[in-house]
Design a binder for this molecule. Structure first.
Ligand code: FES
Length: 74
């Protein structure tokens, strides 16, 4: 048995965002952003997903991980 086949829901990167979708994909056009800099979540814990709301700080503190947002500039 492979490691992947024995993985449980607890090991999923995404704990609960849009689980009804087969794959969570978002698209942005950088030139159409309404701000000069927008942060997008990569920790899958943001209440504003796909935007970063700072939840990565709590996640990193709890887990010792080092994840942070993707910054997109207009
Ligand atoms: Fe997820 Fe900031 S909240 S990267």
């Amino acid at each position: 048995e492979t490691e992947a086949s024995t993985a449980t829901a607890a090991s999923h990167i995404n704990p609960g965002i849009r689980k009804e979708e087969p794959k969570v994909v978002d698209s942005v056009v950088a030139s159409e952003l309404d701000k000069p800099l927008v942060a997008y979540c990569r920790c899958w814990r943001s209440e504003k997903f796909p935007l970063c709301d700072g939840a990565h700080a709590k996640f990193n503190k709890e887990t010792g991980d080092n994840v942070g947002p993707l910054l997109v500039k207009k």
